[in-house]
Write a protein that binds this ligand. Structure first.
Ligand SMILES: Cc1cc2nc3c(=O)[nH]c(=O)nc-3n(C[C@H](O)[C@H](O)[C@H](O)COP(=O)(O)O)c2cc1C
Length: 190
């Protein structure tokens, strides 16, 4: 304990007024001192095409290196058609290659899904978990974070203003910090 962990936050929406980005910013604000969260951008990553491995785009290289440096990853994602947005899946695919060199390998994951809808992006949250199994990313199971009705949780400045959600996210982050340490103790956190 006593170590500050570098946590990459991946936001599954590119929209300027994204509720998920607002939530990611709230997580940065609410994180305990042992976690340093940083949003790692995915919007400029060329679409995955294995042919490009012969001449890897710079944006892929820097994204892969940034993920590799991280001690853990928190995904904050919308639900699109009961799954994750293509931009998020693209980022996952990009950093999972080349084969045998996945940048995600072994990193403790947290999953937050945020939707204006009532079921809080449950479908996206669990579709994402399916990929995390294959990527060998131990994903924290509890507490689950399906944040519904999100259109009403932020104020005009984009700040998470709902007190009970703020409290819940604090608890989520405390549990995630403990999860990172637990996985680190098993020796798989870089
Ligand atoms: C292509 C598309 C598909 C969507 N599908 C779903 C869905 O399956 N479930 C859901 O709760 N919301 C769905 N929505 C609504 C999103 O939850 C809403 O646009 C949300 O604000 C997106 O997240 P963001 O604010 O972070 O961009 C969909 C939106 C789009 C554009």
């Amino acid at each position: 304990m006593g170590t500050t962990r570098d946590i990459a936050v991946i936001v599954g929406s590119l929209r300027k007024e994204s509720l998920n980005r607002k939530m990611a910013k709230a997580l940065i604000e609410l994180a305990p001192p042992e976690l340093k969260l940083e949003i790692v951008e995915i919007g400029a990553l060329p679409l995955f095409n294995e042919d490009l491995e012969a001449n890897v785009p710079e944006a892929w290289t820097s994204f892969r290196e940034r993920v590799r440096r991280a001690n853990g990853v928190i995904f904050v994602t919308p639900e699109y058609n009961r799954s994750v947005p293509g931009v998020l899946k693209n980022a996952i695919d990009v950093a999972s290659r080349p084969h045998g060199k996945s940048a995600w390998d072994g990193k403790p994951a947290g999953v937050v899904s945020v939707s204006p809808g009532a079921i809080g992006g449950f479908g996206a949250n669990h579709h994402l978990r399916q990929s995390l199994v294959f990527l060998n990313m131990p994903a924290m199971q509890q507490p689950e974070a399906y944040i519904g009705g999100a259109g009403k949780l932020f104020d005009d400045a984009g700040r998470l203003s709902n007190d009970s959600t703020r409290e819940f996210m604090r608890k989520f982050l405390a549990a995630y910090a403990a999860w990172v340490e637990k996985i680190a103790a098993q020796g798989s956190v870089p």
